[in-house]
Design a protein around this ligand. Sequence first.
Ligand code: ADP
Ligand code: MG
Ligand code: MG
Length: 883
Amino acid sequence: LRYVYRFGGGVSDGGNGDKNLLGGKGANLDGMAGIGLPVPPGFTISTAMCTRYYDEGGKFPESLKAEVADGIAHIEGITGKMFGDEGDPLLVSVRSGARISMPGMMDTVLNLGLNDKTVEGLAATSGDARFAWDSYRRFIQMYADVVLELDHGSFEEALEIAKEDKGVHLDTELTADDLRALVAAYKKLVDQQWGKPFPQDVHDQLWGAVGAVFGSWQSDRAKVYRRLNDIPGSWGTAVNVQAMVFGNMGETSATGVAFTRDPSTGERAYYGEFLINAQGEDVVAGIRTPQYLTLAARERAGAKAASMQEAMPEVYDELARVFDLLETHYRDMQDIEFTVQQGKLWMLQTRSGKRTAKAALKIAVDMANEGLITRKEAIGRVDPAALDQLLHPTLDPKAPRDVIAKGLPASPGAASGKAVFDADTAEKRKAAGEDVILVRVETSPEDIHGMHAAKGILTARGGMTSHAAVVARGMGRPCVSGVGALAIDAKAKLFRVAGREVKEGDLLTIDGATGEVMMGEVATVQPELAGDFGVLMEWADEVRRLKVRTNAETPLDCRTARQFGAEGIGLCRTEHMFFDASRITAVRQMILAEDVTGRKAALEKLLPEQRSDFAEIFEIMAGLPVTIRLLDPPLHEFLPHEESEFAEVATATGIDIDKLKRRAAELHEFNPMLGHRGCRLGVTYPEIYEMQARAIFEAAVAVATKLGEAPIPEVMIPLVATRRELELMKAVVDAAAKAVFEETGTTLEYLVGTMIELPRAALKAGEIAEVGEFFSFGTNDLTQTALGVSRDDAARFLGVYVEQGIYAKDPFVSLDIEGVGELIEIAAERGRKTRPDIKLGICGEHGGDPASIAFCEKTGLDYVSASPYRVPIARLAAAQAAL
Ligand code: ADP
Ligand code: MG
Ligand code: MG
């Protein structure tokens, strides 16, 4: 078993670049070296070593020493420099790299291999003492911070003091002697804080850094990130050791980051930023304002500083050539880090770039049209859940806005919320149900939980590739970054801008598409569904097998769902119609009636109302199936509470108010979810279901006559546990249908079926299918009844359950496939055995959850039904499940 894989100089030990073994960074360094791109030589210590390191209680096996020595020899052979050589020293970077890029891991250490002796050698061979001492002071600062974990602030302070003493603003204005003095100051700080002198042995330096990378895998930050992103702790991280190239060797040197396409819009234009005479993360850290890569971007932004295309045209052309090679090789948009050393380009990293949902769509569709990927691959490239970002409203262009500042449009979408100035407060307020905007000077991995909790993120510093921007885009949070005008006082919890003051709790709106920051809340408009979205959806529709319906009952929801491509209604909850102000009195009258006659009188009033509701839905869904569930919830949900409400019912019915109150008290239930509800209402008061069925058929006949196209009503009986229940209820429905058809002289196709939402029904599905013509899995109740967990009370403990790994995810959000899923499989199988053409669907919340949809595809259901805004998500997820 080997742990070290070399790359560069014509070598690529990793072969096909296995990310699981080499980590994302290592695999792609190996891959780039493999296709002949200019990559500084180096080696990767595999993730398997990380696992072994932890298995052995945080120690390296002896055998690793020789392998690492081989790796160093490989670099020395290619560069012609020796590690630790006092004349012409080899310097390396030590970089962490898990399978997927992970904030929270150890930061990179650059310039490793410098000490009091080698720094002189570097100064002599480079002929640039300033450069040598700048590299040394950077090295000590980074090593002290990320490996020794000393107080970062005190080093920053020493640098500030050095600049102040000298009367300059920029690091680049410090001379070799200033930097030499700064190194001395840094070494003193290490002595004081660490209790030992800064390590002078280059091998000690190397092993210290490698150990710190592995150690950072179990840091709190890394653990939080893994938890939020479902990354198993067993993956481990790799370590990359690589020859240094220097972007800080004067005006012909630079460092930068770039995307092969615009990560925000998906536009086919190189996008990036770079800094001349700088190193490593200077670009992202916002130390100086970075310059644009392309002339077009610079002009669009109205920036003065030359773009790379202008300042270094040859290197730029080489970079553009590399971009195209990389896209062709990896067949995806790439996020790249590069350095230019004295006019020569070096590639330091490439990976598939994070992008907004909008960009993901555009890039997938464009790449398929360019022939770079297939349409099926394009379908697989877009995360269905991310579509959510596009389906929600954006700021109404006509709404008044009180714009107080403008920054960079770092991550699109609009968000309103209360200003908060730290991540913990963001999390707390979110937990209390408030919408918040997280306002920071700049963000760091410590802020991740707050960014997660926030509706949007606003920063004073940092560009389009800053931490805030990258993380926000990944999370789908709107973000405006680099609002230089904000004077943030995080301690006082306020910021000032343009003579105004915004305190914690004040309402703000940000528009991540324009970079605008506004006071108060701004009105929003519905999204545009044409363009790339429409194209990808069409492609998805061509490959998916599952039909997608919607859960809807209001005309607005039904129309929205149709626009989103719903192919019918999977669940129309009739009780939602009962709450309407104009009918609630009649509903109450029905419930509080003392006998059949009283109930019938009230139902008489409700019949025309329900009929017109259904007619409207049937018209919107013309020609499509509409599943209507008869009354389901416990009756007391409709009961009056206020004195005035009782009075209204008393007037309407002529029944004494005290009598009404007594009757209301009688209806109280101890466990209403398992009480007098669902078909139990129909069994005890058949006249309710009879009225509803009549309303359905009268409406269906009317619409069929009017439009010439008959809707397909599917009447659904809820909460059935036994065959006999369904048989009784079906008889009621059939009788109503027969009567209506006779009265109107029109006959229609319709189905009567049931929800499967009780474990007994799932088990006895074979018998139930003798009566029921379709099953719709009501997975909300089925989860509740199968797990014995009340969904209304689960919030108190479910979090801990998920944390403890008892359930992988909230079972009310993502189907418990092992348990509830097995009940569904049993019911589907037994139902089909009795009735081979039985129609099967799912109508719980899970109908809009991609993982649950994949299960529905596997089980061979006919359709899923999701809330209107989740219909496109379901269409795409269904297509991906079918690929
Ligand atoms: P991250 O995972 O945070 O992106 P990296 O390991 O990519 O960290 O390192 C950050 C930056 O450090 C790189 O973008 C690059 O600018 C610089 N860097 C890393 N290794 C080298 C190297 N061998 N030579 C020059 N710069 C380097
Ligand atoms: Mg990097
Ligand atoms: Mg139910």
